[in-house]
Write a protein that binds this ligand. Structure first.
Ligand code: DQA
Length: 186
């Protein structure tokens, strides 16, 4: 999708967050006790949970001048393709409900290595999603299709972003690929 001249924002890595690696897994899927040591020949795939918040299922219909004309299934296919090219396993989910997103974040513990999240409108309101991300403490990256820093002032605050190592905003669909690519470096 086009960003229509909206400038891109990449938040600097949060200095306060610990630099732990995504946990690697044994062949049976069990996370390695010592967190694993990244190697140039990883024997297991990182397993990434990609969460999308409210109204992202309306992509293609909602405000196409901001979010583009491509629909949600096209976004899911884009993320799956990007993950495959990067050698990552992804589970892409969307919910309009804050509690469902909180449940999925909690359930990620022990099942996923990292989280990519576009909390959509909950970005700017949800302390619950922030707390869930902090609770599981998995490496997390925030994505926004639009550049939230160039929009209304109420979109400039991101609670979820406070628990994320990086934010990619204003890159359209490609922000998800950039987030996944970043996670391969951990
Ligand atoms: C969004 C930006 C949010 O402010 C908005 O509420 C969304 C989508 C984005 O991807 O640009 O629903 O997260």
């Amino acid at each position: 999708m086009s960003n229509n001249g909206v400038s891109a924002l990449v938040k600097a890595e949060t200095a306060l967050l610990p630099k732990v690696s995504c946990r690697r897994r044994d062949a049976d899927g069990t996370p390695q006790a010592d967190g694993g040591t990244p190697t140039s020949h990883p024997t297991t795939m990182k397993n990434i949970l990609v969460l999308n918040g409210p109204n992202l299922n309306m992509l293609g219909i909602r405000e196409p001048n901001i979010y583009g004309k491509q629909d949600y299934p096209t976004l899911v296919a884009f993320i799956q393709d990007a993950a495959a090219k990067l050698g990552l396993a992804v589970d892409v989910r969307q919910s309009n409900h804050e509690g469902v997103l909180v449940d999925w974040i909690q359930e990620a513990l022990g099942k996923f290595d990292c989280i990519v999240i576009n909390p959509a409108a909950y970005t700017h309101t949800s302390v619950a999603i922030l707390d869930a991300l902090k609770a599981v403490a998995l490496p997390a990256v925030e994505v926004h299709l639009s550049d939230i820093s160039a929009r209304e002032p109420f979109r400039h605050i991101s609670y979820a972003g406070m628990a994320c190592r990086k934010t990619f905003a204003g890159h359209g669909f490609d922000g998800y690929r950039l987030a996944l690519e970043y996670l391969t470096t951990l």
